[in-house]
Design a protein around this ligand. Structure first.
Ligand code: NAD
Length: 292
């Protein structure tokens, strides 16, 4: 929605660097929140891939742009171009948010924070609990590390033996070796080991799908081979939000589990970005009503 009346000589710009960029809901989300709170900021998306990233960062520094959001394919490539990282972004090894602190570009990762917040907002107490997570890609990595930081006691990570499997091993090693003070224990298994999958799902309080299975060409599919492995006291979450009910969530609803889809993660990770850039709380209910 054009909103040029709000823009004046003091408007602070927040950018979005991704390729493709045009599909993103972030400009609508953040501009709605700026408008609601009457903050003199504007959010614009820029189609920037890896090849233009260094030039884009030089430009951001030259123009003293206040901050920006980062998505694929730039979340890892941006690391050496920044001046510092939050502790979580350093452990995750990827950045989705950058703020300009007096010329210093500091990177954060709000994906895992957004996921954990979506659990808390749904009344889930995850501290001391066991989680089974399916996936070890970008989103799964952020969730796994943040879950350990926020007090989840045990995490069983499953990934098929594809190019992401080494990530699963890396995530577990970071938790078990570098994050000893969290007391979280992480274990990795191949998704193909169905006996182990059953054992870990059955003994977890939270099951999370953080793979692509359930959306786009994989819509209607689930990585849970047998819904009877679930019990009604479990929380089943899927970070996919389109469709809003994946096959996994349908299986879980049929068993009587509490379910959470990925919309909360999307909104809360954006709310955390908003807080990092503006120091203010995002009016999340307004944003939800206007955009979704
Ligand atoms: P990614 O490409 O980094 O990781 C993909 C993951 O899916 C890997 O673990 C891979 O092994 C697994 N996978 C892919 N196809 C599979 C298959 N057929 N069987 C088993 N495993 C398979 O992607 P990502 O950025 O981590 O995103 C993963 C999912 O999370 C996507 O569906 C994305 O839309 C969703 N997501 C949601 C949010 C949110 O805010 N709710 C944020 C980021 C990503």
């Amino acid at each position: 929605m054009a909103d040029l009346g709000r823009i004046d000589g003091k408007t602070k710009l927040i950018g979005f660097l991704a390729k493709p960029a045009g599909h993103s809901k972030s400009p609508a989300i953040h501009n709605a929140a700026f408008r609601k709170l009457n903050l003199n900021y504007a959010f614009m998306a820029f189609e920037v891939g890896n090849e233009q990233l260094a030039d884009a960062i030089t430009g951001i520094r030259a123009l003293n742009i206040q901050g920006f959001s980062v998505s694929m394919p730039n979340k890892i490539d941006i690391l050496p171009l920044l001046d510092g990282l939050s502790p979580a972004a350093e452990l995750i090894g990827a950045v989705n948010t950058v703020v300009n602190h007096n010329g210093q570009l500091i990177g954060y990762n709000t994906d895992g924070i957004g996921y954990m917040h979506s659990l808390a907002a749904a009344g889930v107490n995850y501290k001391g609990k066991k989680m089974t997570i399916l996936g070890a890609g970008g989103a799964a990595t952020a969730i796994t590390i943040q879950a350990a930081l926020e007090g989840v006691a045990e995490i069983s990570i499953f990934n098929r033996e594809d190019q992401f499997f080494p990530n699963a091993l890396r995530n577990a090693e970071i938790i078990n070796k570098k994050m000893k003070d969290t007391n979280c224990i992480a274990r990795v298994y191949p998704l193909e080991d169905l006996a182990r999958l059953k054992e870990e799902i059955t003994t977890s309080q939270i099951l999370t799908n953080a793979t692509d299975v359930g959306m786009k060409h994989l819509e209607g599919q689930s990585l849970l081979p047998d819904p009877s492995w679930l019990h009604p006291s479990q929380i089943v979450t899927d970070i996919i939000y389109f469709p809003d009910r994946t096959k996994l969530l349908e299986q879980a609803i049929a068993i009587g589990c509490k379910t959470i889809n990925g919309l909360g993660m999307l909104l809360w990770q954006g709310a955390e970005q908003f807080r990092i850039w503006t120091g203010q709380e995002m009016p999340i209910e307004d944003v939800k009503q206007q955009i979704f």
